[in-house]
Design a binder for this molecule. Sequence first.
Ligand code: UD1
Length: 365
Amino acid sequence: MPKRIIISGGGTGGHIYPAIAIANELKTIDPTTEILFVGAEGKMEMEKVPRAGYRIIGLPVVGIKRKLTLENLAFPFKLGRSFLKAQQVVRDFGPDVAVGVGGYASGPVLLAASLKGIPTLIQEQNSYAGLTNKLLSRGAKTICVAYPGMEAFFSIQKIKLTGNPVRTDIMQAKGKRPEGLAFFKLEPGRKTLLIIGGSQGARTINESIEKDLRLLVDSGHQVVWQTGPLFIERARKAIADAGASRVKAFDFIYEMNLAYAAADVVVSRAGALSVSELCLVEKPAILVPFPAASEDHQTKNAMSLVNRQAALLVNDREAPTDLVPAALRLLADPGEQQTLSQHIRELARPKAAREIAEEVLKLIK
Ligand SMILES: CC(=O)N[C@H]1[C@@H](OP(=O)(O)OP(=O)(O)OC[C@H]2O[C@@H](n3ccc(=O)[nH]c3=O)[C@H](O)[C@@H]2O)O[C@H](CO)[C@@H](O)[C@@H]1O
C-alpha cells in the first residue's frame, strides 16, 4: 500500500519551500508515496505548491491581527470552519502521518490528525517557535528543528536537530554559473550582484537599491534584483529612467538555483530559508534582517553567521546609506568574498531534507 502523507502550512516562502523540499525527498525515497498539501485560501502556497507539481486544498483560515479590527470578529468562525474542513480532509485522505511546517493551515490540520490518532511531525525553521507550533508540539511525536537550544520551546525528547530542508536544485547550484548567466541574459565578463528580499520582497532593500542605482550602473557590475510584487513597477521605471540595462528586476524568481549560481555576491533578508540556502550555495552575502520579524528573529538568524565571519550585516536602518556601498566594496574584494564563502559553507546542512523525510517515515506503523 502506498504511504499517504499530508503536509500543511504556508503563508510565506519560508514555510512553503521547506515543505516542498520534504515532499520531494519523500517522493525520491518512494515514488509511490501520495502527498496532499493543505494551505490557507488566498495565500502564496495555493499558487506555488501546484507549480511544484503537488495537489493542495485550501482552508478558510486567517491569522489574528494584533490590533483590534473588524476582521478579528470573523477569526473564530473561520477557524471553526477550517477545523471542520481539516477534519473532513483528514477523513477523506486518510494519511499515515501529518506534517506541519508552520503558518495558518498547520494548526487545524495537525489538531484534526492528532485527534484521530494519526502521528504528527513539526518542522520549525526559525531559532524561536511561534505560538501555533508551541501549541501543536504537545500532540506532535517529532519536532525537527534548525537551531540548537530549541528545548526552550519544545520537549527535549521530541527534538531532532536536522537543519532546514532545501530544494535539491538549489543544493546542486554549484558549477551552474554559465547556465545561470545565460538564463538571466547576463555577461560572463562582469560581476553579478543578486538582491533578494525574501519571498515577498523587502521595501528597505528596494528603496536603498533605487536610491543608489546610479552608483551600481557606474560600477559596471550587473544586477539581478528581486523586488516582490509591490515594488516591481517602481523598480522597472527607475531602471528605465536610469538607462540601467544591466539591472534586471523580477517580482519573484522561480529559478532561485540559477540566480544563486549566477551571483558573485548576494544581498538578502535573513529569513530562515534564505540563510540555509546561502550556506548551501556558499555565497558571500550581506544580510539585512527584517526588523519587524517576531522576536527580531531575523537578526538572530543573521548573527549566527556574522559571529562566525560567515556573512556581513547591514542594519535595516542604515541600509539606505550603507547597503550599496557595502555591496560594491565586497564585489571589489575577492579575498573577503573567499573568506565569507569558506566560513558560510561550514554551516550548511545538506542532509536536512533526507533526515526529516526519514523521521516522517519512522512514524508510519
Ligand atoms: C516577513 C516574514 O515574516 N518573514 C519570514 C518568512 O520569510 P520568507 O518567506 O521571506 O522566508 P525565507 O527567507 O525563510 O525563505 C524564502 C524562500 O523563498 C524563496 N524565494 C524567494 C524569493 C524569490 O524570488 N524566489 C524564491 O523562490 C527562497 O529561495 C526561499 O526558499 O519566513 C521565514 C521562515 O519561517 C522567517 O524566518 C521570516 O522571518
